[in-house]
Design a protein around this ligand. Structure first.
Ligand code: SF4
Length: 101
């Protein structure tokens, strides 16, 4: 009786593990499909707040390689590309991991 309960609990745990794994996969796919998130930034805020929004100001940026030591794509977050995007659309591709020392 104890073994049956134990194996049933194991099956339930396994089932819950599979369900949660599938849920995580779906969430990741949604994020990948969405692509990069662009934030609308008011020009007043951008000018007044000394806003840091590009890789060149980030602690994780490797300047000579134009790369991120965390492994993220830097291309959308480089100053040149950010400024171009902002001038065209009023949006910036903000990196959630940008860190200023
Ligand atoms: S963490 Fe983000 S902002 Fe910093 S270097 Fe990497 S991609 Fe650029």
């Amino acid at each position: 009786m104890i073994n049956e309960n134990g194996s049933q609990a194991n099956r339930i745990m396994f089932f819950l593990l599979i369900i949660s794994t599938q849920f995580i996969k779906i969430r990741i796919m949604k994020v990948i499909k969405k692509g990069i998130i662009l934030e609308k930034i008011k020009a007043n805020d951008l000018n007044a707040l000394n806003f840091q929004y590009y890789c060149e100001n980030c602690s994780y940026f490797i300047p000579d390689q134009k790369a991120c030591c965390l492994g993220y794509k830097t291309k959308p977050h480089l100053k040149e590309n950010q400024d171009k995007l902002y001038n065209q659309s009023g949006h910036l591709a903000l990196c959630r991991f940008l860190e200023i020392d």
